[in-house]
Design a protein around this ligand. Structure first.
Ligand code: NAP
Length: 283
């Protein structure tokens, strides 16, 4: 695994981490999901992303079981639901996440998306949680430039550690201006749903064949090409969700090699770069 500087946190994170949405929702799958998360940690995919929303807490419970005994190796991120994001609600939600995750601190705590509660209140709660040592860093998710600016202005101590946003081959909107803005502010972007959350180009499609062809030149798969592309620049990270050992193995070797300029041109041909500002895509 390759690691890179995570903004201004002083921490280096793996380019490819592990998502957990839809894990812990079925008893039959739990054992395999736990083993897969552990394998991912062994392979260096130590950034684990979860949320109180996932499975109404059952995903955090599963993650808690998966990281038992290896907590200190993991960079653990969770998210507060916008409906809980008042000052007291954020503190309470964090305590709930910590309990389900069976840990006494989170490495990263995010506001899941823009909330009707004033962002000043949420950020004040984040600062308090950091002061209490309940979280190491805090950030946001699904924030556009205007919202990021508001969150940044609301902070009195510390800074936004990251913005977690939708980023996959068919959703490249953040390349128009958000990536540049975040880079100028030292805010890393964690790209979620790198495989389109079930909408990855099929092997039989023209785009799917092109990705496979690129992969073949490097001894890699189409999905490894996608992950490599999505983490090709400083400040970009990706968190695919994989519930099977063969998938997590494949994802772990998606980085540490380089796509050529020709490869990137082909990718741009099938999945065009945005040519105008659009509203942030969300899944
Ligand atoms: P995703 O990572 O784009 O895709 C997950 C799907 O890809 C699963 O069906 C998985 O199957 C499959 N997969 C993974 N690796 C594979 C491989 N090497 N070969 C073939 N199939 C593979 O979807 P996602 O779960 O929506 O996004 C990833 C994570 O981002 C989430 O789990 C969550 O942590 C986060 N997220 C955040 C937000 C937000 O609002 N902040 C929104 C959406 C997602 P198996 O499970 O069978 O391996």
């Amino acid at each position: 695994m390759i690691y890179r500087k995570f903004g201004n946190t002083g921490v280096a994170l793996p380019l490819v981490g592990q998502g957990t949405w839809k894990m812990g929702e079925s008893r039959e799958r739990a054992k395999e999901e736990i083993q897969t998360l552990r394998l991912g940690i062994d392979l260096g995919m130590t950034h684990i992303d979860t949320a109180e929303m996932y499975g109404n807490g059952s995903t955090e419970e599963l993650v808690g079981r998966a990281i038992e005994g290896v907590r200190e190796k993991v960079f653990l991120a969770s998210k507060v639901l916008p409906s809980n994001a008042s000052y007291q609600g954020t503190i309470r939600a964090c305590e709930g996440s910590l309990r389900r995750l069976r840990t006494d601190y989170l490495d990263l705590y995010l506001l899941h998306w823009w909330s009707r509660h004033p962002v000043e209140e949420t950020m004040r709660a984040m600062e308090e949680l950091a002061r209490l040592g309940r979280i190491r860093f805090f950030g946001v998710s699904n924030f556009d430039i205007g919202q990021l600016g508001q969150a940044e202005r609301a902070i009195t101590r510390g800074s936004i550690a990251c913005n977690q946003v939708c980023y996959h081959l068919k959703a490249r909107g953040i390349e128009y201006s958000l990536i540049g803005y975040c880079r100028s502010r030292g805010i890393p972007l964690v790209g979620y749903s790198p495989f389109g959350s079930g909408d990855f180009p099929s092997p039989g499609s023209r785009a799917g064949r092109a990705l496979a062809e690129i992969g073949k030149r490097h001894g890699k798969s189409a999905r490894q090409v996608a992950l490599n592309f999505l983490t090709r620049e400083e400040g970009l990270f990706s968190i695919p969700k994989a519930g099977r050992a063969e998938h997590v193995r494949e994802n772990s070797s998606a980085v540490g090699w380089e796509l050529s300029e020709d490869d990137i041109e082909i990718i741009n041909g099938f999945f065009p770069r945005p040519d105008r500002d659009t509203s942030l895509e969300m899944i």
